[in-house]
Design a protein around this ligand. Sequence first.
Ligand SMILES: Nc1ncnc2c1ncn2[C@@H]1O[C@H](COP(=O)(O)OP(=O)(O)O)[C@@H](O)[C@H]1O
Ligand SMILES: [Mg+2]
Length: 242
Amino acid sequence: MTLQTVDLRKAFGGVTALDGATVRFRDGKINALIGPNGSGKTTYFNCVTGMIRADRGRVTYRERDLTGRAPHVIARAGIGRTFQLCRIFPRMTALDNVLAAVRPAGVFDALRGARHRVETGRARGWLTRLGIEHLAGAPAGTLSWGQQKLLELAGVLMTDPDTILLDEPAGGVNPALLDRIGTLVRELNAEGRTFVIVEHNMDLVMSLSDHIVVFDRGRPIAEGPPSVIRTDERVLGAYLGV
Ligand SMILES: Nc1ncnc2c1ncn2[C@@H]1O[C@H](COP(=O)(O)OP(=O)(O)O)[C@@H](O)[C@H]1O
Ligand SMILES: [Mg+2]
């Protein structure tokens, strides 16, 4: 069994971002988490990955209780994530950014010898797989927005996660790169990685997902395959505003 939360709650002052989110994602599948702006999707990712602490509720992953655990513990348990607003080091090269995912920034001098070669080889491998190997030596800040998103994903893949949470991977990305991201997610899923994708591009969500969870006001209001979600009246009301 994969990522699961029970009754997750998080308030920021008077704003209730998560209001009893009980969710079970599907192992080995491409899951989507959709919902209007402000419905708590990013907060959900933040709570699940230990970036912020929920006020209440439990997070379990593969039968293991991860509630309140630190981000590195959750990453080591096999959950990787990207951010809605990319997190990269703009002045460092693309390659060093990917390496930074497995080595804290600033300790590259200490990275010598065989281990360094192995990790550099893996980092280059991911850059190649993601189609941005020609940018390995470029400062990451000079990459396009879509390329930066791929770069961030390469860093996540360096940690070899079983489950990958993507926060708006298609946001602001041009159509050609969008296709590549869709293809990559399908391939990585076929290789055994589970995905949970927060995304507003409904074409992408509907074509990619096996299972969709719809949030409204901090909790799920519907879930199911795309064929069901597409016609669900609560979803149309809450999400599409009709
Ligand atoms: N760090 C924060 N401080 C205060 N309010 C926050 C914070 N993070 C999120 N919120 C609020 O929580 C609600 C849910 O936000 P968010 O999880 O970012 O939604 P989504 O990702 O679905 O757009 C929003 O009302 C947002 O303004
Ligand atoms: Mg968000």
